[in-house]
Write a protein of this length. Structure first.
Length: 412
C-alpha cells in the first residue's frame, strides 16, 4: 500500500499481544516492535514483510527535512530488520502493518479493510505459560576464563591500546524453542520501551532492549548510550540505594563519559559542524530488572547523508565496543575468539522518508532452528574489578535465559 494512503483507525483499543498472536505469530517473516506491555506512551508496530535482498533501506536520505506531523505515528511504511555486529543486514520490506499509539490508545491499520477487520476480531489472550525447564545454559567461556580476559583487557588498557573494552560472551540453550512464547514470557517479566520480535527466515530475534541506538527524525540523529548497570531490589529502600550507588560510581561515570565522547566523534563525521552536542549526561533509568546509566548525544545530519552512510559512521555502537573503537574491536576479536552475530548489533525500523528508530541488540535471545542463545558482556576499564564484572554479565543474561526456561551457569 502506498504510504501516502491514509491509514484506517479502529473503533477501539486492542491489546497488541492479542493482535500479534491472531494475525502474525504464524507468519514466516514477521515483526513486532513493542513499546512495552503496560506502556502509556510511545508506539508499537507489527506486521509481516518480504525480504529485501538489495538493502534498499540503506539508500534512504536520512538528512531529509521534517515532514508534517501525523497522528498515525512516525513509521508509515518502509523496512524492519537488523544489522549484525559484523555489519550483515537483513531487512523486510513492509507496506501493510498496524501501529499502536499507546498514549492515545488508538490502533491504526496501514492496509486494507480486511486487515482492519481481522485485527478487530482478535480474541483476548491469557498470560503465557511458564517455560519448560531446560536446565543450565552452556557458556562459551567459564567465569574464571572471563575473569582472566578482564585482566587481559586491563593490561591492554595499561599499555595504552584502549581506554575501555566491552568484553562479551555467549550462553547457549540447545533444542527447538517457540520464539513467540519466549518473547511473550520475556515481555511479561522484563518489559522495555524498545523491545522487539523480528523473524526473518530461520532466525528470530527476541529482545527486551532498553537501549535506543539511533533515532533519526527531521534531519537530526540522536543516540542514547548506556554504560553502567545495577540490579533491582524488591526492597524499595535497597532499590533506591542501588540506583544512587550507580549514579555516584566513579568507574561507571568514567565508562559512560568515554562512550559519550566516542559517539560525539562518530556523529561528527556525518553531522554539520558545531551541531553535535550532549543532551543528557549520566541519567539513571529504571527498568523491571535493572537500573541503567544513560546519556544522549545528537546532531544535525549533513545534506545527502543516507541511512547507510550514518551506519558506517556510527556502527557498531561504541557502548558495545569500547574506545578507541577500531583498536577496541581488534583487541576484542582476539579475546572473544568468535563472531557476535546479531548480538551487539541493532534492530528496528527505517522509514521511506529517511527517518529511523534502531535499538541495540542487548537483553536479547536469538532463536535458530536447533538452539537459542543469549549474549552478554560489560565495559572493562582500568578500574574494573573482575568479580563485579562477572556478576554483571550474569545479571544481564538471567532474564533472557529465564524466558527460555534456562539458568545462568554457576559462577555467573
Amino acid at each position: 500500500m502506498p504510504t501516502s494512503t491514509p491509514p484506517l483507525t479502529l473503533a477501539r483499543w486492542i491489546d497488541p499481544e492479542a493482535v500479534f498472536l491472531h494475525l502474525f505469530a504464524a507468519e514466516g517473516d514477521a515483526f513486532w516492535l513493542d513499546a512495552g506491555r503496560d506502556a502509556s506512551s510511545g508506539w508499537s508496530w507489527m506486521g509481516a514483510g518480504r525480504l529485501d535482498a538489495n538493502s534498499e533501506a540503506l539508500r534512504r536520505d536520512a538528512a531529509a527535512p521534517a515532514h508534517a506531523g501525523s497522528d498515525a505515528g512516525p513509521f508509515r511504511g518502509g523496512w524492519v530488520g537488523w544489522r549484525s555486529y559484523e555489519g550483515h543486514d537483513r531487512w523486510l520490506r513492509v507496506d501493510a502493518f498496524l501501529a499502536f499509539d499507546h498514549a492515545r490508545r488508538r490502533v491504526h491499520v496501514f492496509g486494507d479493510a480486511e486487515l482492519a477487520a481481522r485485527a478487530a476480531a482478535a480474541p483476548p489472550v491469557e498470560a503465557p505459560a511458564p517455560a519448560v525447564p531446560r536446565g543450565t545454559a552452556s557458556a562459551r567461556v567459564s567465569p574464571e576464563r572471563y575473569a582472566e580476559l578482564i585482566e587481559a583487557c586491563r593490561e591492554r588498557i595499561r599499555e595504552g591500546d584502549a581506554y575501555q573494552l566491552c568484553l562479551t560472551t555467549r550462553f547457549t540453550v540447545p533444542g527447538e524453542v517457540d520464539a513467540v512464547d519466549v518473547f511473550r514470557r520475556l515481555r511479561h517479566a522484563s518489559a522495555s520501551h524498545h523491545a522487539g520480535f523480528v523473524r526473518i527466515g530461520g532466525t528470530t530475534l527476541v529482545s527486551a532492549s532498553p537501549e535506543r541506538f539511533l533515532e533519526v527524525r527531521g534531519g537530526r540523529v540522536h543516540t542514547h548510550p548506556i554504560k553502567g548497570t545495577r540490579p533491582r531490589s524488591a526492597d524499595p529502600v535497597r532499590d533506591r540505594a542501588l540506583a544512587d550507588e550507580l549514579r555516584a560510581d566513579a568507574k561507571e561515570q568514567a565508562e559512560n563519559v568515554m562512550i559519550v565522547d566516542l559517539m560525539r566523534n562518530d556523529l561528527s563525521r556525518v553531522c554539520e559542524p558545531s551541531t553535535v552536542g550532549v543532551d543528557r549526561l549520566l541519567d539513571v533509568e529504571t527498568y523491571p530488572t535493572v537500573h541503567q546509566l544513560v546519556s544522549e548525544v545528537s546532531g544535525r545530519l549533513l545534506p545527502g547523508t543516507t541511512i547507510g552512510r550514518l551506519l558506517e559512521a556510527a556502527f557498531p555502537a561504541g557502548s558495545m565496543t569500547g574506545a578507541p573503537k577500531q583498536s577496541a574491536m581488534q583487541i576484542l576479536a582476539v579475546f572473544e575468539g568468535a563472531e557476535r552475530g546479531i548480538y551487539s548489533g541493532a534492530f528496528g525500523w527505517i522509514g521511506d522518508d529517511g527517518s529511523a528508530d534502531l535499538a541495540m541488540v542487548i537483553r536479547s535471545v536469538v532463536v535458530e532452528r536447533d538452539a537459542a542463545w543469549v549474549g552478554a558482556g560489560g565495559g572493562i576499564t582500568w578500574r574494573s574489578v573482575a568479580a563485579s564484572e562477572v556478576a554483571e554479565v550474569g545479571i544481564k543474561a538471567r532474564a533472557p535465559l529465564a524466558a527460555l526456561g534456562a539458568r545462568v551457569p554457576p559462577g555467573w
